[in-house]
Structure formats: C-alpha cells, structure tokens
Design a protein around this ligand. Sequence first.
Ligand code: FDA
Length: 323
Amino acid sequence: MGLFGRMIVGVLPITPKFLVRWVSKRYVAGRDLDSAISAMKKLGEKEGCCFTIDVLGEDISTLAEANYFLTIYEQVIDAIVSQGIDANISIKPTAFGLLIDEEVALANIQQLLEKAARHGMFVRLDMEDHRVTQSTIDIVLKMHEIGLKNIGVVLQARLFRTLDDIKSICSSLQGDADIRICKGIYLEPSEIAHTEYRAINTGYSEALSMMLKNNSYCAIATHDKPVVSDALLQLKEKEMGVGISDPRDGARQTGDDKGPGYEFQMLLGVRGDMRRRLLKQGHKVRVYVPFGEKWYEYSIRRLRENPDIAWHVAKSFMMPWSR
Ligand code: FDA
C-alpha cells in the first residue's frame, strides 16, 4: 500500500492535469458555488444526508487573499440560507491568515461567525498540521468567551496531545463543546503522533470515549468500518442513538441542525455504501463537500501529504458501488 502510494506521488509531476481532474471530480463538487449547491441538492434529495461546505484553499501567502475567503464564505452562507439546504461551513484558519497574522485571522473568523450566527448556522474550524493545533483551539475558545457559541473544532486521533486537548476544551466549554474527531490527514512526526493504523484507531476510540464522557457533541468523521463499529458500540453503551435525545446531563449542543449528541461525517465521494447504510439506520450523516478554483492544488497537495490516499482512490475505482 505504502509503495503504491509513493509510486503515484512519484509520477504526479508528469501526470496530465485532465487525469487529475477526472479523478478529483468525484471528491470535489466543482469549481464554483453553483456546482456545490447542485451537488448537495441532488445528494440531499436522494439520500437525506446533510452537509458541511469547504472552499478549497489554505495557507495563503498574503492577507489580501483572506478577503477572498471571507467574501466567498459569506456568499456560501447566503446560498445555503436562500436555497434552504441543511448545511453548515467548514473553514481552514490558515486561509484566513492564521500563519501570517493571528489577530487578523481572528477578526476575519469572528466576522464570518457573526454572520453565520445571525442565520443560526454552525461553523467548524478544520484542523491543519501541528504548527497550528494550539492556535486553532485558541480561536474556538476565544469565540465562545465572547458569546459566539456556533463554533467547534476538529481534533486528530493520531496526535498524542489529543486526549489532553479534549479534556481542556470540554472543561472550558462544558456542554457547549462540539468536536469533530478524525484520524488526521497530515503525516505528523513519530515524536508527536501515532503512525501505525492500529495505534491511530486505538487513539480514535479513546478520544471518542473521552468526548462522550465529557458531554461534547461528537462529530464522528471516518470511513473506516472498525472505527464506525466501535463508535456505534460506544454510543450504545451511553444509551445514545437513533430517535433517543441525548441522555447526557451536561450536554448542551442541540438544535434542528444537530443529531442526538452525535453525527457521522464523511467526505464527498468516499464510501457511499457505508454512508447510505448509516442513513438507512436513521443516523444523522453529514457529507463534507469541497469546491473551488483550487481543485488541482488541493488534489495534488492531499496526495503528497498522504500517499495512502492514492491507494484508497485506486481501490474505490475498482469498487464503484462504494461511491
Ligand atoms: P482510513 O484512512 O483507514 O480509511 C478507511 C477506508 O475509507 C479506506 O480503506 C478506504 O476504503 C476509504 N477511504 C478513506 N479515505 C479515502 C479517500 N480519500 N478516497 C477513497 N477512499 C477512502 N483530517 C484532518 O487532518 N483535519 C480535518 O479537519 C479533517 N476533516 C475531515 C472531515 C471529514 C468529514 C472527514 C470524513 C475526514 C476529515 N479529515 C480531516 C480526514 C481524516 O483525518 C482522514 O485522513 C480520512 O478521513 C481517512 O481516514 P478514515 O478514518 O476514513 O480511515
């Protein structure tokens, strides 16, 4: 698997752009907002899932670029509202300037959050690599401090620090904590992160258990069957599940756009069979829908960051029912 992925990454520089586009079409809704809206409408009507939208792009080099993201995300919010789609937004703090000027990034995110709050919409800060883990968490805590509670964070099961992060976020935000737990796409160094499949899955299970125990809303983002099975088991032990309102005393993240204390989340175009099964069982499932001009950079960068993705992509083309 590792070798296949590395081979693919090796030939990327000479891979024709049309081929990358053909592959990425399945994972990226399109170049513009209209494509994202129509992809969501189609899938939502067909399957009954809800969505979170991501405008492709991150780690900008000038603060002027942050204005582009601010404007386009404002348009995304307006479109979600006017089209009546069950969706929220996922944003990358570095696209708002986090690695250039933290204060500016904070002000940009606050402006967007205030607009989302006026429409009762939730905003998720995606988690990027370890350089910004703490500053991303700090943004969420600061926004809650000033009364903007429609924001949550993502934590990565592969990072050693994650259990401590869950404890401290939940202790600060109490029942208002809303955490998306994922394995983590960035291949972090072994000094700070698990690097093996089993250890990452154990980390995931422990992180979810800690979130459940500490009254966090649990966004369970994975396509891995054993991880989903473990999550379903943990939910059952907590007497949480389809049609049961969240029984945890201290949990406060509720609303029409939320599941009963938890939801599953999956990427567009990935493991559709599993997504449909969970939906059929009645679970809330949110699909992460990326769109944007930067589809090429996004696809190449993801493959470079984690060559195993190339293997997953190849496998899923051989198994079309999993779309
Ligand atoms: P794993 O990688 O073991 O994959 C399990 C199976 O899923 C594979 O065997 C394959 O069948 C399928 N699969 C997984 N990825 C695939 C792909 N790209 N194409 C085709 N098949 C694939 N990461 C991060 O660092 N910060 C973040 O903010 C987020 N946000 C996020 C949101 C949502 C909704 C999801 C689902 C994921 C993320 N991630 C993320 C990515 C996450 O950290 C992780 O890299 C991927 O979800 C893959 O991990 P799995 O848990 O799916 O397991």
